[in-house]
Design a protein. Structure first.
Length: 156
């Protein structure tokens, strides 16, 4: 059996980080994921708003580095919970339990590549041109020795 979910979308609101009574960190948030098709009645793309939960270091990472509107890529599994609402009706809730989270956009506030921490050279690196004319000789390869691979016997 397999239960694997991969999502990429935008955070609907800032993640909420809480601690359980035993001190375990848990972050809850929702991700808006665009659908691959458009409705015939509307020119707007439709989106699904998917509830997610991340435990321990993953939850701390998400709450520290992601905020409302940031693009996030997630890997996890789908989990269902049964509960009773205020009226006593039985309900089922589905959520993605996040195992891994990845940045899916550039840093906030960076509008150009020059703002990123990645160095971007203005000119390509210079390489020495190989010497023209003549062929290579054994002396061009330094102190290598020739290996005799023929032992005279066939392996079969």
């Amino acid at each position: 059996m397999m239960n694997r979910v991969c999502l990429m979308g935008r955070l609907v609101a800032d993640p909420e980080l809480r601690q359980t009574t035993s001190g375990v960190s848990v972050a809850t948030f929702r991700v808006a994921v665009d659908r691959n098709f458009q409705s015939k009645n509307s020119a707007e793309k439709q989106a699904d708003f998917i509830p997610c939960v991340a435990w321990r270091q993953t939850g701390e990472f998400i709450s520290r580095y992601f905020s409302k509107g940031r693009m996030i890529a997630l890997e996890g599994s789908l989990q269902s919970r049964n509960y009773e609402d205020k009226t006593g009706a039985k309900r089922t809730a589905y959520e993605v339990v996040v195992d891994q989270a990845y940045f899916a956009d550039s840093k906030p506030g960076s509008n150009s590549r020059a703002d990123n921490d990645i160095p971007f050279p203005t000119e390509p690196p210079q390489f020495d041109e190989p010497q023209k004319g003549g062929s290579l000789s054994v002396g061009d390869f330094g102190s290598f020795e020739e290996v005799d691979t023929d032992d005279g016997d066939l392996p079969f």
